[in-house]
Design a protein around this ligand. Structure first.
Ligand code: FUC
Length: 777
């Protein structure tokens, strides 16, 4: 029954830009980090640092989101398309293994692909090393505390040694764009230390005029003259003195020491050398307290858009590592940890990307190696998308824009790739990319020929429009998504058996199947994920063209093709969603990728109400896949269960994800988890698990993919008692606040810039309300 509830326009807390934070969200420890995976991540979207809080020696790993080796390259095999007819006819004849051999021979990228030096790698910038000296004989400190306060993006280390209270304060300024560390003591002249900058390779470190300079040039894989960087460190003291000791600077008997680190790379910045100095000089001139305040204000403009409280518990007071070790068994004793992990995800997004720069990579912004795992790049078969899944719903919408820029930058090469391999219109990217716009298939057929990378990226870009309804943005991305649709439209192959039109050759991300002859293969026609991605893309482009009043004939032809796509999901003999067009047996039933449930999340092609049979089959699929895997895979399963409205199962996956681990080996199987610093482990550290779980928690509290806003669609029993969230977003540019008790919504407000009719599902009932007016941000 439809009923309009006209809500009175009382401005409870809706008009203010930000939501006052009820509680501090902290990570804290009573000892220094003993490994990098325990250090605390700071970042301002470009510049990152991870201090370990060491007493005598402190190592602070520095990062810059733009620091990449490699260079643009053309790895397109321009003869590849000639093999397409044969590859396709082998697939259609059921000779997938032979087709796969041919793909390996003639249909992969030229050169070494992701293994090549020109392909490149996101690299650590360097280490800031501080060797401290103390007066007095005590060696062991008391009252040690190392902390990261998410609310203001500041880390601290406090301890007492020889009756002196020391404090270190660290932040990467969102205002001045430099890293700052301030060391103080409560007695005069107690700060003695030696400062140096180092990097495992390709670096020169020298002292010039009381500043340490670290500079170098990375390999581009061509002539060795790749990206350049320059880092400047300047200590400023009150009391005491600074002197040079080789490549280090020594601080003696200071009362206060402030260390400024300014860094830049040559990425899109010919003036980077001058800019490093400008930033540094400017920062030093600022009053420290004023700069710290400005840093917090800029950061909080984003962070404070959302607040969450789901209670607390006796373990919530413990140090983060202890909380983590106790959580799996007794989650009821720490009701705050899910809220902390959720806000940590938001904190990590704000810290690891910035409008105008690059999206967070596989490790966000943080790396302590030259050769980072998987080159620290962008994987297009789930990982980079997962990094962006929480952004809209957790009210950090603009942080989706760097990905849109990255994708726009891929299009020119993607057009060449479309021609070279498929003789097709539009553009394609396969499964991996870098900051240099790589779009070619990867170097091995088993994973590299996935066709859906560009389509998935485009559908991810669509989210920003779906949530914001920003027409200017739609105009900006329209040529990109149109070009992607044109590609798929021109390559789809009609399967003579079914008449369906599908991609070929392609793979279901990284999984393989047994052919009837018992041999294993990956290459196929129409893996389910491709069918779903193409369906969603065509729908989006048709909608966009209509909204923008453009391309009538393209709309008609996409609509015709849409009618010939396979259904969004098909059910296998044993009741699961089929991963491939044939009901093949998979070689790895617990495979980490669950690509054929793309239609459940992030798409909404399979829903509990809309397609109940497919929703049931999705549950069976998940039960066979199991609840383990690398952390990103656990997070994805959490999201699926949230969409399938099973809050308790989603919560179980949350607990699995929060299992403490110290493993750093490269893992493709079971055994994800989080490190003591709450960064997620594949292992190794891979940030998608953090972002996926943040999106997952949001999805347990609010959903808006079925034409209405659903409040608490998958709340687990464990979180039912009490909670409130302010500042969640829903599709259509709505901002939502809600309170609940005993699993029932007790109060909610929905805001939008104009105040419009919107459907809301509250406590199981679908009703129509008018949203409160709220100034657009
Ligand atoms: C995909 C996944 C792996 C890993 C890598 C970075 O290839 O299959 O588990 O996450 O990306």
């Amino acid at each position: 029954m439809k009923r309009f509830i006209y809500t009175i326009l009382i401005l409870l807390f809706g008009l203010s830009r930000s939501v006052a934070q009820t509680k501090p969200f902290k990570l804290w420890y009573d000892k220094p980090a003993s490994r990098w995976e325990e250090t605390l991540p700071l970042g301002n979207g470009r510049l990152g640092m991870m201090p370990d809080g060491g007493i005598n020696n402190e190592q602070i790993v520095l990062n810059d989101i733009t620091l990449w080796s490699g260079a643009p390259q053309d790895a397109n095999n321009y003869e590849a398309y000639k093999n397409l007819p044969e590859i396709r006819s082998l697939i259609l004849a059921g000779k997938n293994d032979e087709a796969q051999n041919l793909v390996n021979q003639n249909f992969v990228c030229k050169g070494k692909g992701s293994g090549g030096a020109n392909w490149g790698c996101f690299q650590m910038l360097g280490d800031l090393n501080i060797q401290y000296q103390y007066e007095g004989n005590d060696r062991l400190p008391t009252a040690y505390k190392r902390e990261l306060l998410l609310n203001n993006a500041i880390a601290t280390t406090d301890f007492t040694l020889n009756k002196v209270n020391f404090k270190r304060e660290y932040f990467t300024s969102f205002s001045g764009d430099v890293a700052m560390i301030r060391i103080t003591a409560d007695q005069a002249g107690q700060i003695n230390c030696k400062l140096s900058l180092s990097r495992p390779e390709r670096s020169i470190s020298e002292v010039k005029a009381n500043r340490i300079e670290l500079s170098g040039q990375l390999d581009n894989g061509i002539d060795g003259k790749g990206m350049q960087y320059l880092t400047l460190l300047a200590p400023v003291v009150s009391g005491g003195k600074i002197s040079q000791n080789g490549n280090s600077l020594e601080v003696t008997k200071a009362n206060v020491l402030t260390i400024y680190v300014s860094t830049k790379t040559s990425y899109k910045d010919a003036q980077f050398r001058q800019n490093v100095t400008l930033l540094l000089d400017k920062a030093i001139k600022q009053n420290y307290a004023a700069e710290k305040l400005k840093h917090q204000q800029v950061f909080q403009k984003m962070f404070n858009r959302l607040d969450i409280d789901m209670g607390t518990g006796e373990n919530s007071q413990l140090s983060t590592d202890k909380r983590l070790s106790l959580y799996y068994k007794n989650p009821e004793l720490d009701l705050q940890l899910p809220a902390l992990f959720f806000q940590y995800g938001r904190y990590l997004s704000i810290s690891s990307t910035r409008v105008g720069l690059l999206p967070p990579n596989l490790q966000g912004l943080w790396a302590n190696q030259i050769h980072t795992p998987w080159n620290g790049d962008y994987h297009l078969d789930v990982n980079v998308q997962m990094n962006h899944w929480p952004l809209e719903v957790v009210n950090l919408s603009e942080l989706n824009l760097p990905l849109a820029d990255l994708v726009a930058n891929m299009v020119p090469n993607g057009q060449k790739t479309a021609k070279a391999y498929y003789n097709a219109d539009g553009w394609i990217a396969h499964v991996i990319t870098n900051i240099w716009g790589f779009t070619e298939p990867g170097e091995s057929a088993s994973w590299g020929v996935a066709n859906a990378g560009s389509g998935w990226l485009c559908n991810n870009l669509w989210d920003h429009y779906a949530f914001t309804k920003d027409l200017n943005y739609l105009k900006k991305i329209y040529p990109i998504i149109k070009g992607s649709a044109q590609f798929y439209s021109s390559v789809l192959v009609a399967d003579p058996k079914t008449g369906w039109m599908m991609t070929a050759p392609s793979v279901s991300p990284e999984n393989s199947f047994y052919m009837p002859n018992g041999k294993a293969a990956n290459v196929t026609i129409g893996p389910t994920i491709d069918n779903q991605i193409v369906r969603e893309l065509f729908q989006n482009v048709i909608y966009a063209a209509k909204t923008l009043g453009k391309d009538d004939s393209l709309r008609t032809s996409l609509q015709q093709k849409l009618n010939k796509l396979p259904p969004a999901g098909r059910i296998s003999k044993d009741g699961r969603i089929m991963e491939w067009v044939e009901d093949y047996k998979e070689t790895d039933p617990q495979h980490r990728h669950i690509s054929h449930l793309y239609g459940v999340y992030p798409a909404s092609l399979i829903t509990v109400d809309g397609t109940p049979d497919l929703a049931e089959a999705s549950k069976k699929t998940l039960n066979v896949r199991g609840d383990d895997g690398p952390s990103w895979s656990i997070a994805y399963k959490l999201l699926f269960w949230a969409r399938l409205r099973d809050g308790n199962r989603a919560f179980k996956l949350f607990r699995e994800l929060l299992k403490p681990t110290q493993r750093t080996d490269i893992n493709y199987g079971a055994g994800g988890g989080v490190y003591d610093n709450l960064l997620s482990a594949g292992p190794p550290f891979q940030i998608d698990g953090n972002f996926g779980a943040t999106a997952g928690i949001a999805e347990m509290l609010i959903q808006s993919h079925e034409g209405y806003i659903s409040l608490l669609p998958a709340i687990p029993d464990a979180w039912k008692k009490y909670g409130n969230v302010k500042g969640l977003k829903a599709r259509g540019n709505y901002t939502v606040n809600l309170n609940w008790k005993n699993g029932l919504v007790t109060n909610y407000q929905i805001f939008s810039p104009t105040g419009s009719h919107v459907k809301v599902k509250v406590n199981g009932k679908l009703i129509n309300v008018v949203s409160l007016k709220k100034q657009a941000k």
